[in-house]
Design a protein around this ligand. Structure first.
Ligand SMILES: [Cu+2]
Length: 226
């Protein structure tokens, strides 16, 4: 190899190393890339309830972990499904939440998670019917839970049956799904972590690794602001 050729190779390797360092630092600063916060502070008049719509899918189908279970958020500004699970919300405001649940379910390991807790009225609706607890040993079981530990908020998301399970996100409304709604009030300003407590991440220790603890998959943040 010529001197110029060797110089070019060394320079090339150096640039790759610099790029790797920049990438590593950038991913450290912004965990959960791609990530962002969906803003609900200007989607309604001050003091009015926030409408927040999400869906849960059995596998996201793209990105770094295409096989992982995931939540998606319906961007209130564009109406598009986005792979982001952190929401900026106004403080002390009612949030009307709608969840389209497209994933299958199983019995819960802890029946406690079958109780609806911490919502307004301590209940939720499942396909239009009000319920306050769901026995996951019956029917199609529970696929996921939506839980905000600091608010003692837990809602079981009932699994769907049949073989026509939507494979890749975003799932379209013509696939089998359960629609659940509930309301809760945001607390004062702060960061509140939410997550899924159903061991839905198969293949990990106790089902609690992988997607379960990951931002933009089965967890996110409520960024509550004044
Ligand atoms: Cu889950």
């Amino acid at each position: 190899m010529s001197k110029e050729g060797r110089l070019a190779t060394v320079l090339g390797l150096f640039l790759v190393a610099v790029a790797l360092v920049v990438w590593a630092v950038a991913s450290f600063i912004t965990p959960g890339v791609p990530g962002g916060v969906v803003n609900y502070t200007n989607t309604q008049a001050a003091g009015q309830p926030v409408n927040l719509t999400v869906e849960t899918v059995g596998s996201i189908g793209f990105g770094a972990h295409p096989s992982w279970v995931s939540y998606l958020t319906k961007d209130p500004h564009t109406g598009k499904w986005v792979h982001e699970t952190s929401w900026e919300l106004p403080a002390n405001t009612v949030v009307h939440m709608t969840i389209y649940q497209y994933d299958s379910g199983s019995p819960l390991r802890n029946q406690e998670w079958g109780q609806v807790q911490g919502t307004i009225g301590d209940n939720a609706t499942l396909n239009g019917k009000t319920f306050s607890s769901y026995n996951s040993n019956t029917g199609t079981g529970v696929g996921h839970t939506f839980a905000v530990p600091q608010l003692n908020l837990v809602v079981p998301l009932v699994g769907v049956g049949g073989s026509n399970i939507c494979g890749t996100a975003p799932c379209l409304i013509n696939f089998p799904h359960n629609t659940e709604t509930f309301s809760f009030k945001t607390p004062g300003p702060g960061s509140y972590n939410w997550q899924c407590f159903v061991p839905c991440a198969l293949g990990y220790l106790f089902g609690n690794g992988g997607a379960m603890s990951a931002q933009n998959y089965m967890g996110g943040e409520l960024e509550v602001v004044q």
